[in-house]
Design a protein around this ligand. Structure first.
Ligand code: NAP
Length: 241
């Protein structure tokens, strides 16, 4: 039977790579996001479908689940880099709402829609789920929250043969990492090369992680062989954590 997979934020970056990996595996993949154009550009394989939805909107998230999915990946996310003194309340709230509440609404709707045994819930969390940083108070708070949610849902679904896990990447080569790099360039008045060195400095492999490496982890966690991996925070960070 063709597995149905939902990837939120599936039009760009990590979500796009995950969607394409599952589509290449023969799954029917629905990608969701707020902007139609990147979704249309990303849905370039047979068996891919796009849905415009904001993960912070309860009704729009529930409307994605007109039929149950076998694999649901809460990937949509956002972040701002600033020390706590400089974080506007609006930015704090948006970060928590997209990253944490968006993941909650997505998982809740997946389970309410009747996810079957063998089902897989995943959150694209972050190494910021496992450690803080001076410039990421809102992002790290939200991603720690995502991990708490994942660990709790894992207990709740375990007897039903469903798993819930977090994938925790370090810096991945996407627009989000690019924003971090350009932010460092302007904050410290340094060239791109130096900013990139700072960004990859935390990763012992001294490089950005490829979105496809995160996608391969998601495909593994969705495999039958991963049936006993539950409530796990899988670091994909070259040994950073
Ligand atoms: P990205 O390219 O900016 O992807 C973020 C995606 O989320 C976009 O497709 C965006 O699409 C979607 N999105 C944002 N807000 C949304 C909302 N309210 N409703 C629905 N979709 C929304 O960045 P990325 O690096 O691939 O990030 C994907 C995930 O990986 C995020 O959760 C991020 O925190 C996590 N992560 C990234 C890194 C990294 O270094 N890149 C490292 C660790 C974890 P629309 O704007 O069209 O809605």
């Amino acid at each position: 039977m063709t597995r149905r997979v939902l990837v939120t934020g599936g039009g760009t970056g990590i979500g796009r790579a995950i969607a394409q990996a599952f589509a290449a595996d023969g799954c029917h993949v629905t990608i969701a996001g707020r902007r139609r154009a990147p979704l249309e550009a990303a849905a370039d394989r047979p068996g891919m479908e796009i849905r415009v939805a904001d993960v912070t909107d309860e009704g729009q998230v529930e409307a994605l689940f007109d039929a149950p999915y076998e694999v649901v990946i809460a990937n949509a996310g956002t972040g701002v880099a600033a020390r706590i003194e400089d974080v506007a309340l609006e930015d704090w709230q948006r970060t928590l709402t997209v990253n944490m509440t968006g993941t909650f609404l997505t998982f809740r709707a997946a389970l309410r829609a009747g996810m079957e045994p063998g089902g897989r819930l995943m959150a694209i969390a972050s190494t910021a789920s496992l450690q803080g940083g001076a410039y990421i108070p809102a992002y790290a708070a939200s991603k720690h929250g995502v991990l708490g949610l994942v660990r709790s849902v894992a207990h709740s679904v375990a007897k039903r043969g469903i798993t819930c896990n977090a994938i925790c990447p370090g810096f991945v080569d996407t627009e989000m990492a690019e924003t971090a790099i350009t932010g460092l360039m302007s904050r410290h008045d340094i060239p791109r090369e130096k900013a990139l060195t700072m960004v990859v400095g935390g990763n012992p492999m001294q490089r950005l992680i490829a979105p496809e490496e995160v996608a391969a982890t998601a495909v593994f966690l969705a495999s039958k062989g991963a049936a006993s991996i539950n409530g796990h925070a899988m670091s994909v960070s070259g040994g950073e954590i």
